[in-house]
Design a protein around this ligand. Structure first.
Ligand SMILES: [Zn+2]
Ligand SMILES: [Zn+2]
Length: 373
C-alpha cells in the first residue's frame, strides 16, 4: 500500500477540510454505500468497489477520530504510529462501521467486533386477489435478506488460521495514548476492541460473516385474511451476527377489491338488480357467488334495498372457521323505455290500483290535492 500514492482523506469523502463530525459521518455513509462491494454483481466492478470502499473506510477511521484527525491535518499520510489505515493488517475494511451504519444496514458490518448482533426484522407487502384472501393460498415469496455465511461458519475468515491477533493493539483490544502527563486507554479502532482481525477474509462474504441473497419462501396464507393484517414468521428475518438471534419476517396483507363482491368480516356482499315485475310477482333469479352462479328465490313483493341471506356462502375468518353468509342486496330497476303496448298495460294497472297520477282521488297528486283543498 505504501507504493501507491494515497488520495487525500477529505477528497476521498468529498468534504471540506473544515467539515464537522456530522458532515464527515454523512459523507462517509454516502460514499461507502455507493461503493459497497455487495451491491456490485460484476467481478471487475466489485473489485473496484472494494478498493473504494476500503479507501473510504480508512479515511473515516482517521477523520472520525479527533486525535487522529488533528495529526493527519498536521502531518498528512506520514503521521501516526503505523501510518494511517493500511498498517499491514490486511483488508479490515469492515472495521468500525457498526455505529455509523447501524440504522441503515442493520449492523451487518460486524468485522472485527465479536459482540452478538440481533438480525433485522423484515416486512413483505403481499397483495392478494379477493378470492385468494377468502380461500387462503400457498404463497411463494422472494425475500432478499442477509443469511448466515456457510463457508466460514459466520466467522468472516477464510479459515480458522486467518483470525490473527490485531497488529494495532497486539491482541489487547486497547490502545494507549500519551497526552502530556496522562496516558489514556482507548478501544482499538482497527479491531473494535476484539483483539483479533481477519487476516484473510472469507471469499464468500468478504469478511462480513453473512451473505445477501434472495430466498424463495413458501408461506401458508390462511383463509379469511384481510387488508391490514400482518402474519409473523418467526426467525425468517435477517440472520444475526456473532451468534445473535435472527429477526422475524412479517407479511403485511393487502386485498385487492373485487369488481362485484365486497366483504364485511365473514359475510360477502353483492348487489343484485331485478326488474320491477319480478320484484312484485316474485320468481327465481341467478346470483353470482364466489363458487359460481346459484339460483335464488325472490319472494313476492320484494322491496328495493331488501337483503336476502344465503347461509354459509360467505368466508371463514382467522378466528372462526365456520363460514359466514352471502348477503344479496336487491336493487329494483325501473324500465326507462316503454313500448306503446307496455305503456297501455301499465296505465291499465295503475287505473286498477287507483294510483295513476292526475287521476282524481288517486296517486300522489290526487292525495296532495285533497290535503290542500
Ligand atoms: Zn486492535
Ligand atoms: Zn463467509
Amino acid at each position: 500500500m505504501a507504493t501507491v500514492t494515497k488520495r487525500d482523506y477529505y477528497e476521498v469523502l468529498g468534504v471540506d477540510r473544515a467539515a464537522s463530525d456530522d458532515e464527515i459521518k454523512k459523507a462517509f455513509r454516502r460514499v461507502a454505500r455507493q461503493h459497497h462491494p455487495d451491491l456490485q454483481t460484476d467481478t471487475q466492478k466489485k473489485k473496484q468497489a472494494e478498493e473504494k470502499f476500503k479507501e473510504a473506510n480508512e479515511a473515516y477511521e482517521v477523520l472520525s477520530n479527533p486525535e487522529l484527525r488533528k495529526r493527519y491535518d498536521m502531518f498528512g499520510h506520514s503521521a501516526g504510529p503505523q501510518g494511517f489505515g493500511g498498517g499491514g493488517g490486511g483488508p479490515d475494511f469492515a472495521g468500525g462501521f457498526g455505529d455509523v451504519f447501524g440504522d441503515i444496514f442493520g449492523d451487518f458490518f460486524g468485522g472485527g467486533r465479536d459482540r452478538p448482533q440481533h438480525g433485522n426484522d423484515l416486512q413483505y407487502n403481499l397483495s392478494l386477489a379477493f378470492e385468494e384472501a377468502v380461500d387462503g393460498k400457498e404463497a411463494k415469496l422472494k425475500i432478499p435478506r442477509w443469511e448466515a455465511c456457510d463457508p466460514c461458519h459466520g466467522t468472516g475468515a477464510k479459515s480458522p488460521n486467518d483470525m490473527k491477533p490485531c497488529p494495532g493493539c497486539h491482541g489487547t483490544g486497547q490502545i494507549r495514548l500519551q497526552q502530556g502527563f496522562f496516558s489514556i486507554n482507548q478501544t482499538c479502532r482497527q479491531c473494535q476492541g476484539a483483539g483479533r482481525i481477519i487476516a484473510d477474509p472469507c471469499p464468500a462474504c468478504h469478511g462480513q460473516k453473512r451473505v445477501y441473497r434472495e430466498r424463495t419462501l413458501s408461506v401458508t396464507i390462511p383463509a379469511g385474511v384481510e387488508t391490514g393484517m400482518r402474519l409473523r414468521l418467526a426467525h425468517e428475518g435477517e440472520h444475526g451476527v456473532n451468534g445473535g438471534p435472527p429477526g422475524d419476517l412479517y407479511v403485511a396483507i393487502k386485498v385487492k377489491p373485487h369488481p362485484i363482491f365486497t366483504r364485511e368480516g365473514r359475510d360477502i356482499l353483492v348487489e343484485l338488480s331485478i326488474d320491477m315485475v319480478t320484484a312484485a310477482l316474485g320468481g327465481k333469479v341467478e346470483v353470482p357467488t364466489l363458487k359460481g352462479k346459484t339460483s335464488v328465490k325472490i319472494p313476492e313483493g320484494t322491496q328495493h334495498g331488501r337483503v336476502l341471506r344465503l347461509k354459509g356462502m360467505g368466508t371463514s375468518s382467522l378466528k372462526r372457521h365456520s363460514p359466514g353468509d352471502q348477503l344479496v342486496r336487491v336493487k329494483v330497476t325501473i324500465p326507462t323505455k316503454l313500448s306503446a303496448r307496455q305503456r297501455e298495460l301499465l296505465t291499465t294497472f295503475a287505473k286498477e290500483s287507483g294510483t295513476l297520477s292526475g287521476d282524481s282521488g288517486g296517486g300522489f297528486f290526487g292525495k296532495a290535492k285533497n290535503l290542500f283543498g
